[in-house]
Write a protein of this length. Structure first.
Length: 421
C-alpha cells in the first residue's frame, strides 16, 4: 500500500490545471446504459472511482475503452441487469446504474451499498422514487431489485435534496409515460451536466439547476459525445492550498460559477481571489481571518470542501465554528488534525476550531476521500514531515495529486508503505 510523504512549509506558486469532475463523470457514464450505441467522453479524470464504474459497465455487458482523457462506451451488448457486491462495496456511486437499467431493461439488481466512513448514507429516497414511478422494489440477500413493466410519470418530493437520488430518478423517468416532477431536487452542477447530456440524447428535461425538475417521457434516445465539466472540489482544494501556504496559484480549467461559496469564504478569510475567463488566481497572506462555515446543498458551501477549509481555519487568527449539516460523521479528519497540533473541539455537528500558531508534521491516516485531501493540505503547511497512510482514498478522487502539488513547488512524494522514509 502507498503512503504520501510531505515536507511542509513551502509556499506553493504556479499554475495547475483542473481535471474533469468525478461526480459528473460517474452519472454520465451510467447514463450510457439507457440506450444501445457508442458514446464518447472527453476530459474524463484518471481516478480509481472512474475505473470502478467502467469495470461495472463492462460487467453489465458494455464495451469500454480508455485512451488518456477519452473514454468510449459501447452499450450494444448490455444484457445484464445486476451490479455485484464486489463492485458496489468499492464505490457507493454504483447505485447510479439502478435508474438507467430500470428504464432500459425494466429490471435492475444492485447490491445494497451499506454505510461508509462519512455516515449511514441510505438510498431510501432513490427507492421511494422508483416506487412512485411504478417499480416494485424487493430487498433480499443484501441486494435491492427494482422491476417495472411500465414506469409512469409522477410527482416525487425529496425529503432533503439528494445528488445521486436526483440523478437516478431523472434517468429512470426518461422513458416513463407522461410527466415526472422532482421537487426539492439537488441543484449541484453535476446534476445539470447530466440533464444536459440526457437532453442532447433526446430526453425532455427542464428545470435542472433548480429545485423543481420536470421530465417528460420520450420513446427513444440516441448516443452522444460529451465533455466532463471541471471538478469544482479539486479546484477548491488547490485554492485552499494557495491561501494556506501564502502562495500564489493560477487555477485553469475551473468554473468560477460552481465555486461561489468557496470563493466568498476564501475572500472572507483574507485570501486574494481574482477571476479571469479561464483562470482563478488565489493569493494567500497572513494573518488568515477565522470564518464560520456551514455546509449545505448547492449553492451552499459544499460538504466536500469542509475538511479542507478546516485546515485553513486551524491556522487562522481566532475561533471558527464549522457546522456540518449533510453527513452525520464527517469530522473523522479532526482526530488526525489534532495529532498535527490543530486545536479543534467537536460538539455534535459543530467543530470549534481555534487557530494555532503552527501545525507540526506527524504520521496520519487517511479515512475517506476529502479527509485525505485535508491531511495533504495540513502536511503542506506543517513544520517537518507528514506521512499519510492509506492514500488509496485520495486516488479515488484526485488525479495525479503529488505531481500537481509537486509542480507547484511542494516537497511531496509517494512511497510504498513498506519502504522506509
Ligand atoms: N440521503 C438519505 N437517503 C437517500 C439519499 C440520501 O437519507 O436515499 C441523505 C444522505 O445520507 C445525506 C443527504 O441525504 O445525509 C445528502 O446526500 P446525497 O444523496 O446528496 O449524497 P450522495 O448523492 O450519496 C453525492 C456525492 C458526494 C457528496 C454528496 C453531497 C457523488 C457520486 N457523490 O453523494 O461526494 O458529498 O453528494 O454533496 O455525486 C465525494 O466526492 O467525496 C463525495 C462523498
Amino acid at each position: 500500500m502507498d503512503a504520501i510523504l510531505i515536507k511542509g512549509g513551502r509556499a506553493l506558486n504556479g499554475e495547475v490545471r483542473i481535471s474533469g469532475a468525478k461526480n459528473a463523470a460517474l452519472p454520465m457514464l451510467t447514463a450510457t446504459l439507457l440506450v444501445a450505441g457508442k458514446f464518447r467522453f472527453s476530459n474524463v479524470p484518471d481516478l480509481k472511482d472512474i475505473e470502478s464504474i467502467l469495470q461495472l459497465l463492462a460487467t453489465i455487458g458494455a464495451e469500454v475503452d480508455r485512451k488518456g482523457e477519452e473514454v468510449t462506451v459501447d452499450t450494444r451488448g448490455v444484457d445484464n441487469f445486476e451490479a455485484p457486491y464486489e463492485l458496489v462495496r468499492r464505490m457507493r456511486a454504483s447505485v447510479l446504474v439502478l435508474g438507467p437499467l430500470l428504464a432500459r431493461l425494466k429490471r435492475a439488481r444492485v447490491s445494497l451499498p451499506g454505510g461508509c466512513a462519512i455516515g449511514a448514507r441510505p438510498i431510501n429516497m432513490h427507492l421511494d422514487g422508483f416506487e412512485r414511478l411504478g417499480a416494485k422494489i424487493t430487498l433480499e440477500h443484501g441486494y435491492v431489485e427494482a422491476a417495472a413493466e411500465t414506469l409512469t410519470g409522477e410527482e416525487i418530493f425529496f425529503d432533503v435534496p439528494t445528488v445521486t437520488g436526483t440523478e437516478n430518478l431523472m434517468m429512470a423517468a426518461v422513458f416513463a409515460k407522461g410527466t415526472t416532477v422532482l421537487r426539492n431536487a439537488a441543484r449541484e452542477p453535476e446534476v445539470t451536466a447530466l440533464a444536459d447530456m440526457l437532453n442532447r440524447m433526446g430526453a425532455q428535461i427542464s428545470g435542472a439547476g433548480t429545485p423543481n425538475i420536470t421530465v417528460s417521457g420520450v420513446d427513444t434516445l440516441v448516443p452522444v459525445s460529451a465533455e466532463i465539466i471541471p471538478d469544482r472540489i479539486e479546484a477548491g482544494t488547490y485554492m485552499v492550498a494557495a491561501a494556506l501556504t501564502q502562495g500564489n496559484i493560477r487555477i485553469t480549467g475551473a468554473e468560477p460559477d460552481h465555486l461561489k461559496p468557496v470563493i466568498s469564504k476564501l475572500r472572507e478569510a483574507g485570501a486574494g481571489v481574482e477571476l479571469a475567463p479561464d483562470a482563478i488566481t488565489v493569493t494567500g497572506s497572513r494573518p488568515v481571518s477565522s470564518v464560520d462555515i456551514k455546509t449545505l446543498p448547492f449553492p451552499g458551501f459544499p460538504t466536500d470542501m469542509q475538511a479542507q477549509f478546516m485546515v485553513l481555519m486551524s491556522i487562522a487568527n481566532g475561533l471558527s465554528v464549522i457546522t456540518e449539516t449533510i453527513f452525520e460523521n464527517r469530522f473523522i479528519h479532526v482526530l488526525e488534525l489534532q495529532r498535527m497540533g490543530a486545536d479543534i473541539q467537536i460538539s455534535g455537528n459543530h467543530a470549534m476550531v481555534k487557530g494555532a500558531e503552527r501545525l507540526s508534521g506527524a504520521p496520519v491516516m487517511a479515512s475517506d476521500l476529502r479527509a485525505s485531501a485535508s491531511l495533504v493540505l495540513a502536511g503542506l503547511v506543517a513544520e517537518g514531515t507528514t506521512r499519510i497512510s492509506r492514500v488509496y482514498h485520495l486516488d479515488r478522487g484526485y488525479e495525479s495529486i503529488e505531481q500537481k502539488f509537486g509542480q507547484l513547488g511542494a516537497n511531496i512524494k509517494r512511497i510504498s508503505e513498506t519502504a522506509s522514509s
